[in-house]
Design a protein around this ligand. Structure first.
Ligand code: NAD
Length: 256
């Protein structure tokens, strides 16, 4: 059980972040939800989760593209025992045409925000002699595909940051690991299906099998619940000596 532990999950109003937040709450942790928006729905989501799992859940707005805001998130939360760096965006274009502002935004949100939140969270973890940093990288943190230069650079960078965090925290009760998901059917992926159906003149099932899951040998999407379960495992005592490494949840993608 994670009762008595406070978890921050960045970018957790949808998809994998929300799935991980739900699993941590189910395991008994206090949870801080986050995104860049500050809507009624965001705060209602926190209330709903708190009711469902009987734990404290707060929503704290912070834009992960800004280093100061990322650090302030940790301060406003009052520190944390479990830090899940999940916020991420994507842009697809060839390098010669990749917009500089998209490159900068992806590096800031997908990589630098994890540096800032980690820097802000570590002193409190070291003081308690217990902490878990869980970074959401990707199969694209270990392999590449064309047209995703910024995302792939950032996700590889996240693994480097994870290893360095692990070494600096070794022997202090604080671990750092990266989860590397393959394709997960989150809203952002779901939204791409109709376009792909048109572009390829395929039905939904064919697009999923032949376009989206062509690199995922299992032929199935991974789920947000599986990401949540992996995060809960990494936060458990069983994982106390797992540090500085990656766990792929990708249906065999990176085995090929
Ligand atoms: P998603 O779009 O559903 O979730 C992204 C979350 O990040 C949202 O809650 C969004 O509000 C938040 N976010 C975006 N910009 C932000 C900002 N500036 N500040 C704060 N929050 C911000 O996508 P997802 O699929 O759940 O992705 C979550 C993470 O998992 C990302 O890091 C992504 O790269 C990674 N990932 C996803 C897949 C997949 O197939 N879905 C695969 C591998 C890795």
């Amino acid at each position: 059980t994670l009762a008595g532990k406070r978890a921050i999950v960045t970018g957790s109003t949808s998809g994998i972040g929300l799935g991980i937040a739900r699993s941590l709450a189910e395991a008994g942790a206090e949870v801080i939800l986050n995104s860049f928006s500050d809507s009624t729905e965001d705060h209602a989501l926190a209330t709903d989760l708190a009711t469902e799992f009987g734990v404290t859940v707060r929503y704290i707005q912070a834009d992960m593209s800004k280093g100061d805001a990322a650090r302030a998130l940790v301060e406003k939360a009052g520190g944390c025992d479990i830090l899940v760096n999940n916020a991420g965006i994507q842009h697809v274009a060839r390098i010669e045409e990749f917009p500089t502002e998209k490159w900068d935004a992806i590096i800031a949100i997908n990589l630098s925000s994890a540096f800032h939140t980690t820097a802000a969270a570590l002193p409190g973890m070291v003081k308690k002699g217990w902490g878990r940093v869980i970074n959401i990288s990707s199969a694209h943190g270990l392999t590449a595909s064309p047209y995703k230069s910024a995302y792939i650079a950032a996700k590889h960078g996240v693994i480097g940051l994870t290893k360095t965090t692990a070494l600096e925290m070794a022997g202090k009760g604080v671990t750092a690991n990266a989860i590397c998901p393959g394709y997960v059917l989150t809203p952002i992926v779901e939204k791409q299906i109709p376009d792909q159906m048109k572009t390829h003149d395929m039905d939904r099932e064919t697009v999923i099998k032949e376009v989206m899951l062509s690199r995922q040998p299992s032929g199935e999407f991974a789920t947000v619940e599986q990401m949540g379960g992996t995060a809960v495992f990494l936060a458990s005592d069983a994982a106390a000596q797992i540090t500085g490494t990656t766990i792929s949840v990708d249906g065999g993608w990176t085995a090929m």
